[in-house]
Design a protein around this ligand. Structure first.
Ligand SMILES: [Zn+2]
Length: 262
């Protein structure tokens, strides 16, 4: 790695650690556009924006290297979801009614452009979302959507079982959802302790200051208890290790595809 790139990586890690998240999100496209020239190259490639770089940008609490695409702001999980949608579903062809909760930047504008989708977004607060509601109490009718995305949300929600039941209720029979959460693969049972409320204590216990639990390998069962049938999609079965490395996917990350029976 060149000195310039090392300095840039350090600078980005510093920004990510010290600038409040809402400001980072708001100005993220400017930050990455400024950083992009330092990452020119061909070693990694983003399947979403199709751009290639010497490496992706650092990201996360610990500023781990080579994670965030400076072309479209995708992380490992977004690139994995995109590959799944493109190669294993009819998402980009079929006429589908889609609800995207807490819509992620690499997807929102691309999904909005898809003529086959009737695409709606929702968030508790975000001004860019079409609807605003709490997912523990969704103010919508039953059986409305063919597809729902709700990624990295449930770990923030006080009563995730109520939220899962609500998501199940508004999805059409035969519809499906992608419901990713951070999972501690060493943990068999989800760890929850409602007495832990201090942000610093939550960070220690659950991995982030605003998380209210740490999911374990029982996550699928939790979704099943809300009514879903759950399929674990493992990209390792379909892509060779070279491509997984080139796209910088997380090899141990499974997709949780939750279906409502017809
Ligand atoms: Zn990208």
């Amino acid at each position: 790695m060149t000195n310039k790139l090392k300095i840039m990586n350090k600078l980005i890690k510093f920004f990510v650690k010290h600038i409040p998240r809402p400001i980072l999100i708001r100005f993220s496209f400017i930050f990455v556009a400024l950083a992009r020239p330092f990452y020119y190259g061909r070693k990694v490639e983003c399947p979403i924006c199709k751009k290639h770089f010497r490496s992706f940008l650092p990201y996360g609490n610990r500023g781990a290297s080579n994670r965030l695409c400076s072309g479209c702001l995708s992380l490992e999980r977004h690139r994995l979801i995109w590959l799944y949608l493109q190669n294993f579903t009819d998402f980009f062809d079929a006429n589908l009614k889609v609800l995207h909760i807490a819509p992620e930047q690499p997807f929102i504008y691309r999904f909005k452009k898809c003529k086959n989708l009737n695409y709606q977004t929702a968030d508790l607060l975000s001004p860019i979302a079409d609807m605003h509601f709490d997912i523990m109490k969704i103010p919508l009718d039953d059986n409305l959507y063919d597809v729902i995305f709700c990624n990295h949300v449930l770990e923030h929600v006080e009563d995730d079982f109520a939220a899962m039941k609500e998501l199940y209720r508004v999805i059409k029979p035969g519809g499906w959802a992608i419901l990713q959460v951070p999972i501690d693969m060493q943990r068999t049972v989800t760890y929850e302790d409602k007495t832990v409320t201090d942000p610093k204590e939550r960070e220690k216990a659950f991995g982030q200051y605003d998380h209210v639990r740490l999911y374990g390998l029982d996550y699928s069962q939790r979704l099943e208890s809300a009514g879903f049938e759950v399929e674990n999609f493992d990209i390792n079965k379909y892509l060779n290790p070279e491509l997984i490395a080139r796209y910088r996917l997380n090899k141990s990350e499974l997709l949780y595809i939750a279906r409502k029976r017809k």
